[in-house]
Design a protein around this ligand. Structure first.
Ligand code: SAM
Length: 313
């Protein structure tokens, strides 16, 4: 079984590993099956350290197995939104690279509960089973207004009133527990064109997943922390699959990008910020999309921190 085919792999490592460092401390904040981390481990110079984080215990055990030949890797189960405190457990204060490959892996989609509308499973969708919010709770307990909010904003479903009403009328008769119960309730009330059905359910399930895992807030949190954790020359690479995620990354990079103020008097550059490495996001080539259709919505953005006092510049 292939756990997950890493997306834009070469582009990620090319951006992430700044050759100016003779040793790295690189964090893969979304280790998944270890696809990126394996390649990073192969490429970093001797004496480097790689830290793999994932909130999904099962995924982390896959990366542990995949990376067992490398003795300089640490594994941390946790939320990248708590990056500072996770790294402090290892005594790490500064890093040279951070990569985030957002969303879920193919393994989670194909084997874990709730993520796919194609299989009947419990409406769970938690990447971390210690979290309390599940898709089942959202579907059965959220108000009409909140359901509409998440379908509209996270699912980008326009006017989701009918489907929301179908869910509400279904749940008053019987609690909706599984993926199939949810899709059947919607199918029984709404005439979706067969051509659009899969796309529609993909959006609906995506909206629930983003809410369950609080994905956008965690992304904001990790970006904020990254500026203090990455050392000068350190690189950040984010691969996103949703327009809202991409917008968060784009805006963050822009807001924090360099406006260098040079002090001639002190002969220093007193500045801390980002240099954007690619103005337009990188997307997979047609060949990659053909061999891995799940890569089709990927967008890669990369930036480098500058923060040292650059003498004489
Ligand atoms: C697209 S997969 C990463 C695949 C990985 N790049 C590879 O090559 O195998 C995304 C992973 O990020 C994890 N994840 C999502 N949100 C997270 C968060 N807030 N903190 C930690 N891990 C998270 C998911 O559990 C999943 O394993």
């Amino acid at each position: 079984m292939e756990f997950h085919t890493p997306v834009l792999l070469k582009q990620v490592t090319d951006f992430l590993i700044n050759k100016k460092f003779s040793q790295h401390i690189i964090v893969d904040g979304t280790a998944g099956g270890g696809g990126y981390a394996y390649e990073i481990c192969r490429l970093v110079p001797k004496g480097s350290k790689v830290i793999c984080i994932d909130k999904d215990k099962e995924s982390l055990s896959f990366s542990r197995k995949k990376l067992k030949e490398f003795k300089f890797v640490d594994f941390l189960q946790g939320n990248f939104g708590n990056l500072n405190s996770l790294l402090s457990t290892l005594g790490v204060e500064k890093i040279t690279g951070l990569v985030l490959d957002l969303g879920i892996s193919s393994y989670q989609l194909d084997y874990e509960d709730g993520f796919s509308f194609m299989r009947e499973t419990f409406l769970d969708m938690r990447a971390d089973k210690n979290d309390t919010l599940t898709a089942e709770y959202i579907i059965n307990c959220y108000s009409r207004k909140d359901l509409i909010r998440i379908f509209e904003t996270y699912g980008e479903i326009r006017k989701p009133y009918k489907i929301t009403d179908a869910i509400i009328s279904g749940r008053t008769k019987k609690q909706i527990k599984t993926t199939t119960e949810l899709t059947e309730i919607i199918n029984s009330k709404i005439n979706l064109h067969p051509k659009n059905k899969n796309k529609f359910f993909a959006k609906l399930f995506q909206a629930l997943r983003i809410e369950v895992n609080n994905e956008l807030e965690n992304l904001n949190k990790v970006l904020e922390q990254s500026l203090n954790i990455l050392q000068g020359g350190g690189r950040m690479v984010v691969v996103s699959y949703h327009s809202l995620e991409d917008k968060i990354v784009k805006d963050f990079f822009k807001t924090n990008s360099t406006k260098i103020s040079v002090s001639k008097y002190k002969n220093t550059v007193d500045f801390y910020g980002l240099i954007i490495l690619n103005k337009k996001p990188l997307v997979p080539e047609i060949a990659e999309i053909r061999s891995n259709p799940r890569s089709r919505s990927a967008k890669l953005r990369a930036a480098e921190v500058i923060g040292e006092k650059l003498q004489g510049k």
